[in-house]
Design a protein around this ligand. Structure first.
Ligand code: AHG
Ligand code: MN
Ligand code: MN
Ligand code: MN
Length: 332
């Protein structure tokens, strides 16, 4: 089984990152260090997540974030943990976070990297003990190292990501990431405190049997989305929707499927955020052979205009996503 395989192969995340670094002969090791910093913060958040029910860190924090969402205590805790890891490490000059209104300028002009992060994804599922996640994107700054950061460093399209990944705090905790040469998944072994390579070179099946969408919003969809979902039902596909993007994405990546969070009447740009939700998953799915679109454009080619910008997201197995694109583009 997967975990025995992980032990017998015995490749820890640290070792894997080091092995990969030698693929880039002139790499200075800073990106590797940054990935290790993120993994460490993920371990800490994993620990907090596991004890959330006992330690009185469940429930609402009592404030709303810039999106008007009610912050959960764990949203705030995860944000603090990742902020700390990213700012202490020294590789990062600026951070965009779901839980921070503005860009966090670390005033670390020697930092080469910009990180966009959803510290805790699926926060409505915390209190009911269902899988949650973390999503991250890493960019190289555009302005020269040593100078102050500018808008050009922050507002980069997803096709400029140098690495991206997610952590899934699920029945097992996993970290899945890419540096642009395929995607690899690591499973956390609690007693050893290590992530082990368990899912090398993951591939998204070209087709799938699962569709994932919040069907309660059906009356607000555009006709093409409704037509696609009717078709899924006619073909008796499986409907699966957790309400944690990371968990829904991960399942569909492994099994084959499509995830849709389309535009709705209330949210004409959908709900999910381009910079710290859609872009990372779009890079991962493309690296695994799948597709990510807003219905008209490749997610990775969208030029961001604001920090917390939303985008419709249709992502997953290539043939399924192509079918939806076809319907959208042929429906007046
Ligand atoms: P977050 O918890 O980071 O704010 O993200 C919530 C997102 C995502 O995780 C999930 O897939 C989606 O919201 C669910 O939205 P609906 O409840 O509208 O289906
Ligand atoms: Mn939120
Ligand atoms: Mn989220
Ligand atoms: Mn979040």
């Amino acid at each position: 089984d997967q975990s025995n395989l992980a032990y017998s192969v015995g490749i820890t995340l640290d070792r894997f990152i080091k092995l990969k670094q030698s693929d880039f002969p002139f790499a200075s090791g800073e990106l590797s260090q940054l990935l290790r910093d993120i993994a460490l913060a993920a371990k800490i958040v994993n620990r907090e997540t596991n004890r959330a029910g006992l330690a009185n860190i469940g429930g609402a924090f009592g404030q709303t974030n810039v999106q008007g969402e009610e912050q959960q205590k764990l949203d705030v805790i995860a944000n603090i943990r990742f902020m700390r890891a990213l700012s202490k490490g020294g590789e990062v000059c600026a951070i965009v976070s779901e839980e921070e209104d503005a860009v966090i300028d670390l005033k670390n002009n020697s930092g080469k990297y910009v990180v966009a992060i959803d510290p805790l994804d699926g926060s409505s599922n915390i209190d009911v003990n269902i899988s949650i996640g973390t999503i991250f994107s890493i960019y190289r700054r555009k302005t020269p190292v040593g100078s102050p950061i500018t808008e050009a460093d922050i507002m980069q399209p997803g096709n400029q990501q140098v690495a991206a990944g997610y952590v899934l705090y699920g029945s097992s905790t996993m970290l899945v990431y890419t540096t642009g040469c395929g995607i690899n998944g690591f499973t956390y072994e609690n007693s050893l405190g290590e992530f082990f390579l368990s899912h090398p070179d993951m591939k998204a099946p070209e087709d799938g049997k699962i569709y994932s969408i919040n069907e309660g919003l059906e009356q607000e969809w555009e006709p093409a989305i409704a037509a696609y979902v009717r078709q899924c039902k006619a073909e008796k596909l499986q409907s699966r929707y957790i309400g944690s993007l990371v968990a829904d994405f991960h399942r569909n990546l492994l099994k084959g499927g499509i995830y849709l969070y389309p535009a709705t009447q209330k949210n004409p740009s959908g709900k999910l955020r381009l910079l710290y939700e859609a872009n990372a998953l779009a890079l991962l799915i493309e690296q695994a052979g799948g597709t990510a679109t807003d219905g008209h454009r490749r997610i990775l080619d969208i030029q961001p205009e604001s920090l917390h910008q939303r985008t419709p997201l249709i992502i997953g197995s290539r043939n399924m996503v192509e079918q939806v694109k076809g319907l959208i583009q042929s429906t007046p």
